[in-house]
Write a protein that binds this ligand. Sequence first.
Ligand code: AHR
Length: 627
Amino acid sequence: SLTIRNDIPGNATSPIQYGMMYEDINRCGDSGIYGHMLRNWNFQASDAGEKPTTEFWSAIGDGSSIELDIKNGLNDANTNSLRLDVADSTTRKAGVSNEGWWGLRVQPGEKYQASFFAKSTGYTGPLNVTLETSDGTVVASAATSESLTDEFQKFEVSLESTASDVSIDNLFVVSVDSAEAAGSSIYFQVFSLFGETFEGRENGLRKDLAESMQGLNPSFFRFPGGNNLEGQTIDTRWKWNETIGPLEDRLGRMGDWSYWNTNGQGLLDYMYLVSLQYCLFRSHRKQYKMCEDFKIEPILDVYAGYSLTGVSVPESDLEPYIQEVLNELEYLTGPADSTFGSLRAADGREKPFNINYIEIGNEDWFSDTYEYRYKAFYDAITAAYPKAKIISTADQKSRLWDIFDDHYYANITEMKSLFSKYDNYVRNNTAIFIGEYGTHVNGCCNGSPANLEAGLGDAIFLTGMERNADLVHMIAYAPMFKREGHEQWNPDLIHFDTETVWHTPGYYVLSEWSKNRADTILQVDHTDGEFGPLYWVAGSNKETKQVFIKVANIGDSEQTVSINLKSLAVHTEGIARVITGDSLDLENSKDKINVKPEEYIFNLNSASDFEYTFSAYSATVLVLHIQ
Ligand code: AHR
């Protein structure tokens, strides 16, 4: 039996207990959450980070051809262009087409915004912009209102789909009347195509993937990595200043996960992402203030002089790298008339952001230079931003930290022992940030399925962390996304392809644990031996007047538990949110969701005593309403 002790004081939880860790891995940036639908849109490098090519583009119209033109660049960031040499064709159509990221999704009635820069030698008419099925059926079309000249100019059009079904076997086409333009050359650079983005933001997020993030009810957002912050080499680190401003000024880089990153989604775009809110849940329950009152706390991870081939910036050379971070912080937080704050204002965001959490590096236990690097970054950052909470990623003795980032990629046996990892941990006014966690089934981090076993491992882990919520202030899963078939790390929380998105059992566990938040963790006394197969935590929330009992059952049989609420009287109708299945191997796929939360109403015998039977292989949140 479990006795939930409201008769003695509990431990306060952190207001930002659950959140998100994001980096571009598993093709989840350019081909994922970043809503830009075109591939190789500015010809800065090949997908593999080699010399630029025309890959993913084709010529339309017999006789017409395309080539990468290195003499007709748009600007310093884009020093070449896609040249179309027009020949008259039997179809009277000549143009360029892009195949998108493993297809291009067209949805019934969806509106699209397209833009590109173009100029021509020999043709001065307008351009047609179309979305077409691969067999040439036009499903959206618009013509530019301006005509081409011999100088680059930006063209923008809006399109609306007339398609009756969702499809991905489509092309983006820009074309001319080949009879009128025959013999001319047309030069293109910096294309963009967006469908409906999250909250309609320009250069924004793919809506369905952003809604998946919302579904985690996140309170913080750690970015931009992970490994993808650090670069394989010092020079290929993520550089904030190359990710801001108009798309035509951004420089891509070779990402750490073996593919080119365009940086079309940059620092300011990430900051707008922190305006994601779980409004539906909050207003639906009418338990909270309006969602406008809420915000997601950015956890800014800054490059700290270490890159993944094991190279560190020597102590004597750190100064410019530290200055780079101070400039980044001024860009985000400085007044609009400061040197870097004025760049932010020019980029459309007058009002400074607050950056309350700064993480120095990532997983710096890999290096033996963190002592001097942490000290140098810590001193400079805290001198300029004394109120910021500083996160250390490895044990070092040079300076203190406010928060320590621990990462756990573990199998279920290890998750069971991590359950109590922080029970007797010294509380010394610092906090723990679980910046990355995930349960693997057959070894980290290749090919391990995101099945029910992994989800229940996560539930055991989260439950252990919540029991220590006075110490463990923030928790995030990693990696958050994978494009199906392009994963580089398994398991992952949210799976998607060009057409759609689906969620893993671990996603649902995190979502339930995050949506049902206690402000106080209550002591639970138990009489039936140790943890396992049941793992539990209980807490209450003053504002919502709720008690939450979260239980993972990793056993293959159901478990009936008598529960006594001490000094608590609740309504005798409770809610159970249950994630379960009859086999640990169950996985969700695009075609079949086998595991997802189900809600049940159950009756309690009395206001403070009841029995509940936890299903085999289950993660359950019992929600009780205090009288
Ligand atoms: O989440 C995948 C990787 O795991 C992260 O990039 C890194 O921080 C960790 O090693």
